[in-house]
Ligand binder design. Sequence first.
Ligand SMILES: C[S@@+](CC[C@H](N)C(=O)[O-])C[C@H]1O[C@@H](n2cnc3c(N)ncnc32)[C@H](O)[C@@H]1O
Length: 262
Amino acid sequence: MNNKKQVKGLNKEHWSKNVPGLEQGKTESPEINKDFFKNVDRYRVANEPYVVPLIKELSGSKGRVLEVGCGLGADLRNFAERGMSAVGLDLSFDNVRLTKSGFNYCGLTGSMVNSDAENLPFKDNCFDAYYSFGVLHHTPDTSKAVDEAYRVLKNGGKCTIMLYHKGYAYLYINLRFGFKRLFISEEKLISEHYDFTPLSKMFSRKDATPLFKKFKKIDFEVTTFAYGGVDVNSKLKWLHRLLGNKFLMNRLGQFLVIKAEK
Ligand SMILES: C[S@@+](CC[C@H](N)C(=O)[O-])C[C@H]1O[C@@H](n2cnc3c(N)ncnc32)[C@H](O)[C@@H]1O
């Protein structure tokens, strides 16, 4: 799909309808209330525990953090609870609204903006930290979004960005689709058969390195859904157990976490 504007329109619609964590937050009451957000936040750390050290590490800088693609705001609330001045941004207006009400229900302060990772509505050098988990592989120009992260960070500011990792995709695609994969483009396979989104991309360390060339320091970490995550084919549970092994996880894990310093 080439038209960036069209992809972003589809993305907005898709992520407003498929908000990660929404189902898990549900309570007996049909209302969205404080208990709903408490469930969302509990589920987040229980099912995706690898986000916790990432958030803790960035919170060490105290100061002002920008989360791009905050979804329902579980990680943003975690930053705010750790004393960071939290700013959330999302392409979906509905998600921004939900994150705002989550902050209100939980008695936290923060600000939320409905905008685009590729054109951040902030001046240069104004954040101590930038965090984006599972977002920038869905935007058409990931490189532009990373440049924007660099621009808004202060000198010495840190960013942590998770992108889908290519090694896992190849393994998954090979196991699931066999020879059929040879007749379908990688982007189509990933978007239409892996996570069912308008656009998803995968990155190896080699693909990601040039995106971060302006940063003075860059480190990679690979992690995976340790507890069999939401979009994991249950037939592949054994694979997830296997990926607990550090050597294999580094090569075949699901998430590529890039930590960089301006
Ligand atoms: C897979 S969800 C991840 C949400 C959250 N970070 C999490 O880990 O649960 C992707 C989120 O990124 C948002 N998003 C997608 N493209 C974006 C863009 N170009 N700019 C800002 N947000 C975007 C979507 O609206 C959605 O809320």
